[in-house]
Design a protein around this ligand. Structure first.
Ligand code: ADP
Ligand code: MG
Length: 327
């Protein structure tokens, strides 16, 4: 199988697949048509074998995740996905692997009406780089810089389960099989919160997606907005879904480890966002229309820095820096 065969067989949608794609895979450029007056939202994310995923990771899940982490960036901006490109380095053209990878990739693409429109394919160590293109009405993109003192802080879905799976796969902890399977799904097949992001246009004052851990990523909002924040760890400690599956997750894993998973785990791909207290009903509606649970976990404050409070409202020592590839 040659390069062009491979592209045609695994990475080409049928023509007329989506109205915004004037020209897809096969020419020198793809042509995309956003709705009149809309702004582009563009983002790239790369997954490197051995760094972002274990060698031998299920190819269908890998295809899903490669696009999911990119859609998550569009979600964090409140953008609607329009299409994406795929730059792929492969050690060899393994048909079973390619079939599974493209199935996971294109299924998620179909779910979000976000077709593959082009890319590049080369031989090399397994490396997957996707660029997504989305649209957002001018002035309505959700940015990191809009948080104001007094705003509520929310997070979508659950936090920390992906980190639990990672710890199990690295042999640091053992999980009962059912729990390993469910947490592993969160690690390997995250759900991008695209509908929630779009529903939060005009409601959230700031947003980003949690890829490197809640506290570290929230720090980016605080830095960009010139504010501080207070987070209630009694509320965040309930966000780890695994807690519900074990009689006493704390006794099993230890309180400190569970806290670390929820507050600094990474690979969650949930949205953390802020909104004025007057917008609580609007946030509840956005959560409902997008069928995405959200939890209020704290408040933006004028004083810089991130403060954590415990179950009795007591101040906790600051902790948990987020992941940094070069630190
Ligand atoms: P060029 O020589 O102009 O870089 P290529 O020969 O690399 O073009 O690619 C041929 C066509 O196939 C182009 O339309 C390109 O966008 C598309 N393409 C290449 N690799 C991929 C891929 N992995 N997924 C989707 N489209 C791809
Ligand atoms: Mg090329």
């Amino acid at each position: 199988m040659g390069e062009f065969d491979l592209i045609r067989r695994y990475f080409t949608h049928p023509p007329g697949h989506a109205p915004q794609v004037v020209l897809g895979v096969g020419d020198d450029c793809a042509l995309l048509q956003p709705a009149p007056g809309m702004q582009w939202a563009v983002s790239s994310d790369m997954l490197v074998e051995g760094r972002h995923f274990f060698p031998g990771t299920d190819a269908t899940r890998l295809g899903h995740k490669a696009l999911a982490v990119n859609l998550s960036d569009l979600a964090a901006c409140g953008a609607r996905p329009l299409g994406f490109t795929l730059a792929l380095a492969l050690p060899q053209a393994d048909e079973a692997w390619l079939e599974a990878f493209s199935r996971g990739l294109l299924q998620l693409a179909d779910l979000h009406g976000c077709p593959l429109v082009g890319g590049d394919t080369t031989r090399g160590p397994l490396n997957i780089c996707i660029t997504v293109f989305g649209e957002v009405p001018p002035g309505q993109a959700l940015l990191r810089s809009g948080a104001r003192p007094g705003d509520d802080i929310y997070v979508s879905g659950t936090l920390g389960d992906a980190r639990l799976a990672l710890a199990a796969l690295q042999g640091q902890i053992t999980l009962p099989e059912a729990l390993l399977n469910s947490t592993r799904l969160r690690l390997e097949q995250p759900t991008p919160r695209v509908a929630l992001g779009m529903a939060l246009r005009g409601v959230a004052s700031a947003a980003l997606d949690v890829s490197d851990g809640l506290l570290g990523d929230l720090g980016h909002i605080l830095h960009a907005s010139g504010t501080g924040a207070c987070i209630d760890t009694e509320l965040t400690s309930k966000l780890i879904a695994a807690g519900a599956y074990l009689e006493s997750a704390e006794a099993y894993f230890g309180h400190e480890f569970l806290q670390q998973c929820t507050l600094a785990g990474g690979d969650d791909y949930e949205l953390v966002f802020t909104a004025p207290a007057t917008a609580r009903d609007a946030v509840a509606r956005a959560s409902q229309t997008s069928a995405t649970p959200v939890t209020r976990i704290g408040q933006i404050e004028a004083a810089p820095g991130l403060r954590l409070v415990g179950p009795q409202g007591e101040a906790l020592a600051p902790r948990y820096a987020s992941f940094d590839h070069f630190a």
